[in-house]
Structure formats: structure tokens, C-alpha cells
Write a new protein. Structure first.
Length: 311
């Protein structure tokens, strides 16, 4: 990683609290096998990759997609097997997904990557010995945001797609995540826009929306404010909620200044209105992440046990 990207990553570190080092239990190397750098897609000549963690015993046939993302920065270097140890112990196959990272790619492009990853995983269900209808997703902060985008806005596959992977659905069956942004147009309070400004001024690149201009034959920044707001709404999980969404658990600190707990509260209220099973666990006095966050992972695993159990 060059020095500029290293600084960007360090600037995003608060958004990646859940990616801190976790220790595997004793003899943890016997819990799973790991297959690194599986290519789930390509774009502009770049490979998109994921790592597959498969339990060596008591496999339950369900899958968990771990969104490796902090501040919409994603790197293979941030995949730590200790983070998924609890899921592996319970028999889940875990797919650690690395998406196209900021500052090169913006959030709409990242969302496309995550949808692609789920389609790929579902298309390889037989190979990985998982049930394609029992897929959950987890992440923290930006990873939580992307988890909820899959839970609320995953789509059916296109049966006429040239690429067989694109014929599969990207919908998931459960979401369990930490402190996710959910509404960039009302961030912390009504009318507070945070599209790389305001509280999120330090995260400008992920909101640098671009489109290809046929006249100049180049990608150009979308500067029209009404269009930016339209995109901001499209990438906010709150506005995608419907009655057929995946059950969602959110754990959030009530002293979080980077992602206000209001972001969790409002989407939980919206999910309840749509009769979607959901729960918010409030960590009193906790900011954007906390030192013993790893102790809360079993609660996420319990949620997956409840909603990904074999029917």
C-alpha cells in the first residue's frame, strides 16, 4: 500500500473498528480451511476477490457473507480469521468479501460489487456445500451499511443475462451488523445531508459519484445537486425497506459521533412498520466501536442461528 492510501486507511480506521485483531481459540487452525483470493467478478480489468472459510466439522449448510469494509475502504489485508471464529465454530461457511475500494470506487459501484458477490456465492452453492436459501451478511459501519443494502435492496437475477452468475438472486436471508449508516439525507438529524460532507467530510471519495460521458469519452463527476441527492437516497438502506426484507439485528453505541445512533433507530422503526423482524441492541456509552466488541459477535451469531436454521 502506498503512503497516500495508507493515510487514507488510517483516516478510515474508526469506521473499521470491528476489523481489529481477534484471537482464534487454541488449535484454531483445525476449525476450518481457508481458500484465498477466489475471483467472484471482474471490472475494468481488475479482479474482485473473496476468501472462503469452511468449517472442518459440524457444518450447518448455511453461509455468512462478511463485508470487509471500513469507510468503504476494502483490503485483503484486513481479513482476520479470528473475527469469524464464532461463526466457524457454529458450522457456518464464511465468505470474506473484498469490494472495489475507495478512493478509486464510489459507493454505488461498491454496492454493485456486493450484489455480485452474493450472486457468485449462490451460483457456487453446490461447490461450497451451502444452502443457497440460507445466506446471511454481516459487517461493521460501512460494512454494516452494505449489509443492510443487501438485506433491503438485493435483487432477483436476470434470467436472460449473458453471464450465468448474473442469473442468480443477490437477496440474503438475514442481516446482523454493527453501527451502520442508513440515511445519508438525514444524518443525525432531519435534513442533515452527509454525502461526503458534514460529519462525513473526511470520506469524500466514496461519494464522488461519476458517470461515463459519451461526448468526452471519459468519466465525469456528477455535480448536479438534485442528482446527487437522488443517488444518496438510492444508496441509503432506509429508503429501500419493504415487507420482504431480511430480518435485521443492529448493535450500536449511543455515544457514536461518526455514525449517530439515530441512523439505527430510524431504520429499525421503518423495518417494524413493514413487519420485518428486527432488533436494536444499544451499547450504553459506547462510541464508534468499543474495546471488547468481539464479545458481541456471539449475539450476531445467535441471530443467524435463529433465521438461517435449516427449515
Amino acid at each position: 500500500m502506498n503512503s497516500r492510501l495508507r493515510k487514507l486507511y488510517l483516516g478510515s480506521f474508526l469506521f473499521a473498528t470491528a476489523l481489529v485483531a481477534f484471537s482464534l481459540p487454541a488449535r484454531g487452525d483445525e476449525l476450518f480451511t481457508r481458500t484465498e483470493d477466489v475471483i467472484y467478478g471482474r471490472k475494468f480489468g481488475t479482479a474482485l476477490t473473496l476468501d472462503v472459510f469452511a468449517p472442518t466439522q459440524n457444518a450447518n449448510g448455511a453461509a455468512i457473507v462478511w463485508v470487509v469494509s471500513g469507510g468503504w475502504f476494502s483490503s485483503h489485508d484486513n481479513i482476520n480469521a479470528g473475527y469469524v471464529a464464532e461463526y466457524l465454530k457454529r458450522g457456518y461457511t464464511v465468505f470474506a468479501v473484498v469490494h472495489g475500494s475507495q478512493p478509486k470506487f464510489s459507493i454505488p459501484e461498491v454496492v454493485e460489487d456486493m450484489n455480485r458477490s452474493v450472486r457468485f456465492i449462490r451460483s457456487r452453492a453446490g461447490q461450497y456445500k451451502i444452502d443457497p436459501e440460507r445466506i446471511g451478511v454481516t459487517g461493521a459501519s460501512a460494512g454494516g451499511h452494505l449489509s443492510l443494502m443487501l438485506g433491503t435492496a438485493g435483487t432477483a437475477g436476470n434470467p436472460e443475462a449473458k453471464d450465468p452468475v448474473d442469473r442468480y438472486s443477490s437477496r440474503v436471508q438475514a442481516v446482523a451488523c454493527f453501527f451502520p449508516p442508513t440515511d445519508f439525507l438525514n444524518y443525525g438529524e432531519p435534513g442533515q445531508i452527509a454525502l461526503g460532507n458534514g460529519v462525513l467530510a473526511g470520506f469524500r471519495a466514496p461519494f464522488d459519484f461519476k458517470e461515463f460521458d459519451n461526448g468526452s469519452r471519459a468519466f465525469v463527476t456528477i455535480s448536479d445537486e438534485s442528482r446527487r441527492l437522488e443517488i444518496g437516497k438510492k444508496i441509503s438502506p432506509l429508503y429501500q425497506v419493504s415487507s420482504d426484507d431480511a430480518p435485521a439485528l443492529i448493535i450500536h453505541g449511543d455515544a457514536d459521533k461518526l455514525v449517530p445512533i439515530q441512523q439505527a433507530e430510524t431504520i429499525i422503526e421503518k423495518l417494524k412498520e413493514a413487519n420485518v423482524p428486527c432488533e436494536l441492541v444499544v451499547k450504553k456509552g459506547a462510541a464508534h466501536g468499543w474495546a471488547d466488541l468481539g464479545k458481541d459477535i456471539p449475539s450476531l451469531a445467535d441471530w443467524f442461528d435463529k433465521y438461517l436454521a435449516k427449515k
